[in-house]
Design a protein around this ligand. Structure first.
Ligand code: SF4
Length: 76
């Protein structure tokens, strides 16, 4: 899955939301999040993010961001 990380906080762009083929972006508290169970790992959103906030969860050190994406996406 892909996840949204700290660079998204207070970012006002929604380019990622527009390109996601499965609409798996959701509003978090002050950033967008990706629902990890809905993301199909297509990677389309990653280069579209002007803040470079979207990362694959296979990148080391992002465990807490995966948890945050999971938690806020589950509220919807
Ligand atoms: Fe949506 Fe694809 Fe990005 Fe996953 S990787 S959030 S499916 S655009």
């Amino acid at each position: 899955t892909y996840i949204v990380t700290d660079n998204c906080i207070k970012c006002k762009y929604t380019d990622c939301v527009e390109v996601c083929p499965v609409d798996c972006f959701y509003e978090g508290e002050n950033m967008l999040v990706i629902h990890p169970d809905e993301c199909i790992d297509c990677g389309v959103c990653e280069p579209e993010c002007p803040a470079e906030a979207i990362k694959p969860d296979t990148e080391p050190g992002l465990e807490n961001w995966l948890e945050i994406n999971t938690r806020y996406a589950a509220l919807w």
